[in-house]
Design a protein around this ligand. Sequence first.
Ligand SMILES: [Zn+2]
Length: 376
Amino acid sequence: MSTYLCVIVMEVLSKILAKRIENSHSFKFHWKYDKINLSHLCFADDLIMLCHGSLSSALVLKAALDEFSLLSGLHANHAKNNIFISDLSSTISHQLINLFGYTRKLFYLRPLVRPLIQYLISNGSSTFLWFDNWHLDGPLLSKWSTRVVYDSGLPIYAAVSSIVHGDSWSWPTAMSIDLLEIRSRMPTYNPNSSVDDSVRWLPSSSGTYSASFALASLRTPQPIVPWFKLVWFPKNILRMSFFLWLAIRGRLSTRDRILKYDHRAITTCVLCNSHLQSYAHLFFECLFSRAIWTQLLNIGGNPWNGLCWNAFTDWASTYWGGNSPTIVANKFCLGVAVYHIWRERNCQIFESTQKTTSVVARFIIDTIRCQLSFIN
Ligand SMILES: [Zn+2]
């Protein structure tokens, strides 16, 4: 189905959803989405449907999907669809999975980040008693079962303020070993009912959130690759660097790679119509690419001339690590050339358009000049 037709069809689904939701007494929007009536997001043929985590709300979405299928003959592909569920009991989760028949996927971010945020309690009004990380043992329900909630007599969504009285902790009296253990492990400081709670970002020494601290605390450190400075350097053109990064990692879908999973794929290089299109061929050995390189600036005296793709990236990683004007110009040239050669390859395959090597080389030179003048 064309993208344009798909947009029109999705408009029908939007109307059906809006009507179903309007006529329903049980539908609840996803958290904070009720003010903007957001029940779904579409981009071309991609669709995300959202609702409160309850069977009654999900039934409304399912009924809308079924009505849409009946009208259009289009059905959701169970192999491609997924359901995302957050913070629901296993009973409701299974009900929702059975209702749609989709595979469940998980948002991993919340459980990753939750231990890194610590709540410092003052009046306790903005901190969840059972879910947030304020206790010495972390979020209470990550260690104890919901039985402890029942024992306390407090609601599941109670705030910590329900156990704050003036400037002291005040748990309800209950005969429960779990509660006694929780009470024995309370923060060593006293609350302060006249001040709001504060949040501390544990990975940062200042306690203030920053993206760099978040990234550093969530990812596993890896050794720095030798070509790091070849791809990423000050004032780089992000799009070009990204494509060079893909190329060096061997992630661009050259035809030799496509051949591994599609034996019917055409493997001949579209730029020269004579060789298997691999990395080594596309960027350096192809006559089309070679003609472009020879028209470009004489990069570093061309000491890399004659090297294959892998040998060249190894060589450049060694000698182009600095940020002198000449080195930066060389790195620009490499990234921009790889990008435009790849782009020309795509244009010839997917748009049936063809540029001469002179035109592509002119694009590359103009891009480099523009970027260098911008830097200067
Ligand atoms: Zn070729």
